[in-house]
Ligand binder design. Structure first.
Ligand SMILES: [Zn+2]
Length: 1151
């Protein structure tokens, strides 16, 4: 028997095995460009191109009036779609498959006595195809098939198989929200709900289909509102409870999950969530879920219930009177009242507040990123300077190296200069210098005598701490926890004698740190709150621990457990203590008197930012961070003191007002802790601590908002080693402004002034009146000869900046590494000083750092978005850094390299962002012909070199794209306006590395400092030729860089990997974590319906013809009774040929 396509339209075939393979063979070859396998027997096939073959078949289907013929075509289609991948179905859909099936459905169902022998397979096939056609809803409405199917359902409420088939089709239609609403308006909700019975063992497939369809109908918010008013939420909860209790052997888990899915959809409105809570849904879900824990087959049920509870958990405002920062600062030219105009977090989402992360925030599957700059003019043309040339004269003072004439140096003859002998001599001399240097350091460390001799005028103003004098006027004191559990009002003199005692008995021995100098520096630091207390770690100093710290492993379901505990607050409010034990605005909060056994918190010190602590349970505290000064946002950084603990008791801390949508705390990162007791025993280390760490969306929202998104909780547990210790917890290793001042002062004293030209100047004063340091480092000339001075004054400039974002303390540690290396006697450092003049602004945002902000300066704005037009009054450090760069440019000394050090909160490793016209255009899909564009590829030299020499660095994470949203950042402005080819953002992880020798380890300050050193070393690769005159140095450089460019290209490029795989636990409950009904799952249910034992009519079943009784897991040919099951060997061969043939969509072989 034949089913040649040519004769299909005649409708006179009955369909049998023989031709089937042929038809599908023709169809399978798919797109017209593919060769149709030659078919000798039926020349009509060869004559037809494959796609027209499929179209002919579909057109025959929709016009067919003969039942046998229709069945035959359905059979062929089903066979065709059952093999291979979903791409076949999508191909058929693209050829009008859905429309043909709908048409056939309408034709068949409108007949006076619908033939269910045809209708049922038709519905089954339509369900399978419809679930994969995103436009099936609209198509069905157009074909007038929606109400028709609903009508069929009403007629067959008592016939389980037919009802199930109608339900699946309706469910597919509901993928369009408007179709779902349409079905709701036509009482679809009620008909479907009627089919959902309480616990039963009969017709469970149909019950499941009804629940799934109800969920699909509830897609439409109008329908879910309607469900709330009709009381369906309470009824669904009762149904869920009944199934939970009766389904004791867990055979109907899918039904229970489907009910939860319905509840998810029904609670998509505020009224729905409120109804669920009012009906006791939280308690019911909580209790039923507890009973399901630990049973493996119930995992996804538990997950769905947990997400539902999280979603419906009533939102409450954080317990603050205002989200606005406790600290405000009057801005020049702005009335204080304008501060109140900060709009606070916007409704849809918190701003993406990282340089770094915008692009990786959302899984974005668009082919091109429309944030990329595609305007060639903007990419290539340098805009006019933002200020007149005359204003640049003020920066002459910032280049003392160009005017200094080194009066202390001898003059020497030109002849000696050029000889190798001289260079070797020079090397010897240097060695001598190193010894002197070492000696000086010893002196400095032991007695400080050398330091005093060279003390700067500023230091002279503030003598070292002693009893009753110097900074005592300011009342500065270090907090060590000795005998201060309840009192914060010790006599100042006690503190100073305490400091002296401490220093006498323990004597800090941390390189480039001195507690006394730190105290003196801190006394000069101006803060908004007028800090009078030093945090002990900053005072005492930090040394990295000897061992490296692996990333923390995540306990399974740690977040779930925390969410359960959160939910218990709602269910058992009487168990919650809810007492404020610390409040930045209230020195003696009531909770502290009532709970003397509570932990004590404190944060009124440099970089500290805890605003409030609430004791929730005996060993659990909710912590609220202070927003950035003059605004109500940017909550991520934290640093606070905790005391009054008992040893060996786990305390749970929840930072409840975090803003970011995800965090490295979910991927192995731990906060850092510093113990005063440990430090006094010689272990002054910040260490990574915390267990049961997780980060998830919570039920708190900003205090001033009725609607909108909620905050995230960072939760972790800490077990303290000592009782009655004083400990400090922070987001990352703190690095204060006072620490920088101390460090610079000590560095300056450490260098040999005859060898190293080191100048610290004030770039400008910040808004709060703190000097913003600018450091110059280069080599002094060996003598005063003209050629040496000329060489010095013509060295290229390297400009480095850091810490524009105060919360990125990692950037300061990298900068510390850079500064220390550049001041060191390492031969490579010597070579670099001889090759370059380094201009370093180590802290672009001192005010932000001092006052514990995360992102902004005192004006509540991100300084790294001000570079295009920096305001001299509001963003002075940016204004003058840019002005200084303009100045260098105006004297023909545009920097060779500019790099701004940052921290990256979402990614691992260290990497660079640079700027490239070509890469941006490629990546943006721009039509500009980049082949004709000339671009110096030199911007890649440093990252390539770093990839070789810096273990934490990852070349694959680098990017050179210019984004519109980043056009006002340092990197892009310095590149575009100043024309610096090598303009970078250096991003360092807060967490650790996932490659190289540090893989699996969290970074410590040692690794961060090493990165700063390696960045300097990488600069060698730019100046190789100029450096060759120094033979000794050349050997070092060669060994270090392995000067072979070809080797530098060993890593692949342009894999912009995503930050992390999705978190194992849902961080967000807003995105409905209940998975949509997958097409494959539906297939097996549909197939089950074909072979169902839950039949309503035996006669009907007979008419369906012979059937394979086994329930098959795949979607292969179960829709339709098989007229071809006894196929001839020839057909089977043809089928095999088809299966191992060519994919219909792209011609790939499949098997
Ligand atoms: Zn940053």
């Amino acid at each position: 028997m034949l089913l040649p396509l040519a004769s299909c339209s005649n409708g006179n075939t009955t369909g049998a095995g023989g031709e089937k393979g042929t038809v599908t063979q023709g169809l399978v070859s798919g797109p017209p460009s593919l060769t149709v396998l030659p078919e000798r027997k039926w020349p009509t096939m060869a004559a037809l191109s494959s796609s027209t073959g499929l179209e002919a078949l579909l057109s025959t289907l929709q016009d067919s009036v003969d039942a046998g013929n229709t069945l035959n075509i359905l059979n062929v289609l089903d066979e065709l779609l059952s093999a291979g991948t979903d791409r076949r179905i999508h191909y058929v859909i693209s050829k009008g498959g859905s429309e043909a099936l709908l048409r056939a459905l309408v034709n068949t169902a409108r007949a006076p006595a619908p033939n269910y022998a045809v209708l049922l397979p038709l519905l089954h096939l339509l369900a399978k195809v419809g679930h994969r056609d995103r436009k099936i809803g609209q198509k069905a409405e157009k074909a007038e098939a929606v109400l028709l199917t609903l009508g069929l359902l009403r007629q067959n409420m008592k016939r389980a198989r037919r009802a199930a088939a109608c339900l699946w089709v309706l469910q597919a239609f509901c993928s369009s929200v408007s179709t779902a609403s349409f079905i709701g308006k036509n009482r679809g909700l009620d008909f479907v709900f009627k089919l959902i019975s309480s616990h039963t063992t009969k017709h469970t497939r149909t019950v499941k289909a009804a629940i799934d369809t109800l969920a699909a109908i509830l897609h439409s918010k109008a329908n879910s509102r309607c469900a709330v008013t009709k009381g369906y939420i309470s009824r669904l909860l009762k149904l869920y409870e009944a199934w939970h209790h009766k389904d004791t052997d867990n055979v109907n888990v899918p039904i229970r999950i489907a009910l939860l899915h319905c509840l998810h959809h029904a609670t998509n409105t505020a009224a729905g969530s409120a109804a669920l809570v009012a009906e006791g849904g939280m308690a019911l879900l909580f209790q039923t879920t507890q009973a399901c824990l630990g049973t493996k087959c119930l995992e996804s049920l538990v997950e769905s219930a947990v997400q539902l509870m999280r979603k419906c958990f009533p939102k409450c405002p954080v317990p603050l009177t205002s989200d606005q920062s406790v600290y405000s600062f009057p801005l020049p030219g702005r009335p204080i009242s304008s501060l109140a105009t900060d709009p606070g977090p916007q409704d849809d989402s918190f701003e993406d507040d990282s340089d770094d992360d915008a692009k990786t925030d959302e899984p974005d599957h668009r082919e091109y990123d429309d944030d990329l700059e595609t305007d060639l003019e903007k990419l290539r043309c340098r805009p006019e300077p933002d200020r007149p040339l005359e204003q640049l004269g003020q920066y002459v003072r910032l280049c003392p190296e160009l005017h200094h004439d080194f009066p202390d140096l001898d003059s020497c003859s030109e002849l000696e200069d050029s000889s190798d002998e001289e260079l070797i001599l020079d090397g010897e001399g240097r060695k001598q210098g190193g010894r002197i240097l070492g000696h000086r350091r010893e002196q400095g460390d032991s007695s400080g005598a050398a330091c005093q001799k060279q003390a700067s005028p500023e230091e002279a103003e503030t003598p070292p701490v002693r009893e009753g004098g110097g900074p005592a006027e300011k009342g500065l004191k270090a907090r060590d926890g000795c005998g201060r559990r309840h009192s914060r009002s010790r006599a100042k003199t006690d503190d100073h004698s305490m400091v002296d005692r401490l220093l006498k008995s323990h004597g800090a021995c941390i390189p480039n740190h001195d507690p006394r100098k730190y105290t003196a520096a801190a006394a000069r630091t101006k803060s908004i709150a007028g800090y009078s207390i030093l945090a002990f770690p900053d005072f005492w100093g930090h040394l990295p621990p000897n061992h490296q710290e692996p990333m923390a492993s995540r306990k399974p379901n740690v977040q779930r457990q925390k969410v359960f505990e959160d939910i218990q607050r709602l269910l058992c409010p009487e168990d919650v203590i809810d007492q404020v034990v610390f409040d930045l605005e209230d020195p003696s909060p009531p909770g502290l008197q009532e709970h003397p056994d509570s932990l004590h918190f404190f944060s009124k010190f440099e970089c500290g930012n805890l605003r409030k602590a609430v004791r929730v349970r005996n060993q659990e505290y909710d912590l609220i961070l202070n927003a950035d000064v003059n605004c109500s946002q940017h909550l991520q950084w934290f640093y606070f003191e905790v005391s009054g603990m008992s040893a060996s008791v786990p305390y749970r801390f929840n930072i409840i007002n975090c803003e970011k949508a995800n965090s490295q705390f979910n991927y192995g990162m731990q906060p850092v802790l510093y113990s005063v007791r440990e430090a006094l025993q010689g272990r002054g280390h910040w260490v990574r601590v915390g267990s049961e760490i997780c980060y998830y969306r919570n039920h708190f929202r900003p205090s001033g908002q009725q609607k909108g998104p909620s905050y995230y909780t960072l939760s972790f547990s800490v077990t303290f080693r000592h009782s009655d210790d004083v400990c400090y917890l922070a987001y990352h290793y703190p690095y204060t402004y006072s620490a920088l001042q101390t460090h610079l002062q000590m560095l300056e004293q450490s260098v040999d002034p005859r060898k190293v030209f080191f100048r610290q100047q004030s770039l400008c004063s910040t808004l709060a009146g703190n000097p913003c340091p600018l450091v110059t480092i280069t080599a002094c000339p060996p003598c005063r000869s003209w050629s040496h001075l000329y060489q010095l004054r013509n060295r290229p400039y390297v400009v480095l900046t850091a810490r524009v974002h105060p919360g990125e303390s990692n950037a300061s540690w990298v900068m510390k590494g850079t500064l220390e290396f550049l001041c060191s006697s390492d031969p490579v450092a010597e070579g670099l000083r001889e090759a370059y003049i380094f201009k370093i602004v180590p802290m672009l945002n001192p005010d932000g750092v001092i006052n514990g902000t995360h992102r902004c300066s005192l004006n509540g704005e991100d300084l790294n978005r001000q570079w295009m037009k920096p305001d001299p009054a509001l963003s002075p450090t940016i204004y003058h850094t840019k002005g200084f760069l303009y100045y260098l440019s105006s004297i023909g000394r545009t920097p060779l390299v500019f790099s701004d050090y940052h921290g990256h909160s979402r990614k691992k490793n260290v990497f660079l962002y640079g700027c490239s016209v070509k890469e941006t255009l490629w990546q943006s899909g721009s039509s500009v012909n980049t082949a004709t564009l000339k671009e110096d590829p030199g911007y890649r030299t440093i990252p390539k070199t770093l990839d070789r020499i810096a273990p934490a660095f990852s070349f694959n994470s680098c990017s050179y794209l210019v984004e519109k949203s980043r056009e006002a950042t340092a990197r892009v402005v310095v590149w575009r306006e100043l024309g610096v080819l090598r303009s970078y953002t250096l991003e360092s992880t807060y967490n650790g590395c996932d490659q190289g020798i540090y893989k699996g380890l969290q970074t410590g300050t040692r690794e961060l400092e090493e990165m700063g050193l390696k960045f300097c070393q990488s600069l060698l690769s730019l100046r190789r030729n100029t450096l060759l005159y120094n033979r000794k140095f050349f050997n070092h450089a060669s060994a270090l860089l392995d000067l072979d460019d070809s080797l530098l290209d060993h890593k692949s490029h342009n894999s912009f990997e995503d930050d992390e795989p999705p978190c194992v636990e849902e961080i967000e409950y807003l995105s409905d974590s209940c998975p949509e009904h997958g097409g494959d799952k539906l297939d097996s249910e549909v197939n089950g319906n074909v072979s169902s034992s839950e039949e309503e009519g035996v006669e009907e079943e007979r008419r369906d013809g012979p059937r394979n009784g086994a329930l098959r897991p795949d979607r292969r040919s179960c829709v339709i009774p098989h007229p071809v099951c006894d196929a001839s060997p020839e057909t089977l061969t043809a089928k095999r040929a088809m299966r191992s043939g060519v994919d219909i969509v792209n011609g790939e072989s499949f098997s």
